[in-house]
Design a protein around this ligand. Structure first.
Ligand code: NAG
Ligand code: NAG
Length: 247
């Protein structure tokens, strides 16, 4: 079911784009900037810079599915800590990491962390943003007792709890956040609208990081300056801890 939602969301993005040079795919004409042709018969949209793959006529994202013997199946959930990186070859931040700072996830910002001096040499490096996920929930990979849960805040930004606090603002969403092995970090709450990257505002004074927003039917109209991206999961060794705590 999710794949239909995904394809529908992908199609929503196309209404206003200019047609380039058309090519043919079987009997159909298509714009190669927006679609990819498989086996000279199946057209799949390019969404978030990813030409969707074809599985016996169904278009799918490799960030979520795999096609085995012409059958589409979900990738398994990741079972190790991981980092995330931006995926959309059309953007300057393609390949750049998701970074924790100011209790939010940013794109290509600076990871911001802290370790008490008493912990000494046991402090993890704290310079990369490491995440863990299971059962639809995500958390920061940290040593601090109580951990730091990650969640979608009421503005649909990804946020995380402060160390030593379980406080999560009301209206936040803590479930439906899934990381797929060899795939992406997917927000299942948005009906397939996916993630967008919003460029840092020149006037904002918020540093160089791009903002990460989960798009949905309600906020889509406010996100015209932002570009669709995938968040690629980069699996790490099972005992990787990113920081004592992220700040
Ligand atoms: C993080 O710090 C470690 C240890 O100081 C260093 O080896 C590594 O290159 C750093 N990584 C990044 C991404 O800055
Ligand atoms: C979409 O996100 C906005 C925040 O940007 C939130 O206020 C709204 O409730 C969300 N809409 C849906 C349908 O979940």
């Amino acid at each position: 079911m999710a794949r239909f939602a995904l394809a529908a969301a992908a199609l929503l993005g196309y209404a206003s784009t200019v047609l380039g040079d058309l090519q043919t795919c079987g009997q159909a004409q298509y714009d190669p900037a927006q679609y990819v042709c498989w086996d000279n018969q199946f057209l799949c949209p390019i969404t978030a810079g990813e030409p969707l793959s074809n599985c016996a006529g169904a278009c799918y994202s490799k960030f979520m599915y795999t096609c085995t013997n012409n059958i589409l199946t979900l990738l398994p959930p990741v079972d190790t800590p991981f980092t995330l990186s931006v995926d959309n070859p059309g953007l300057p931040i393609h390949g750049k990491p998701v970074t924790a700072g100011g209790q939010h996830w940013l794109l290509d910002g600076e990871t911001s962390s802290y370790c008490p001096s008493q912990v000494g040499s046991a402090c993890p490096p704290g310079n990369t943003t490491v995440i863990v996920a299971s059962e639809g929930r995500a958390a920061m990979s940290v040593m601090v007792p109580g951990g730091q849960q990650a969640y979608l805040d009421p503005y649909w930004n990804m946020a995380y709890t402060q160390a030593h606090s379980a406080y999560i603002p009301s209206g936040s969403i803590t479930t439906g956040l899934v990381a797929y092995q060899g795939g992406g970090f997917i927000n299942l709450n948005g009906n397939g609208w996916g993630w967008v990257a919003c460029p840092p505002r020149a006037s904002g004074g918020g540093g160089k990081g791009w903002n990460l927003v989960a798009k949905n039917a309600t906020n889509a109209y406010m996100l015209n300056e932002c570009s669709a991206i995938n968040l690629k999961v980069n699996s790490l060794h099972s005992d990787t801890i990113g920081a004592w705590q992220y700040t």
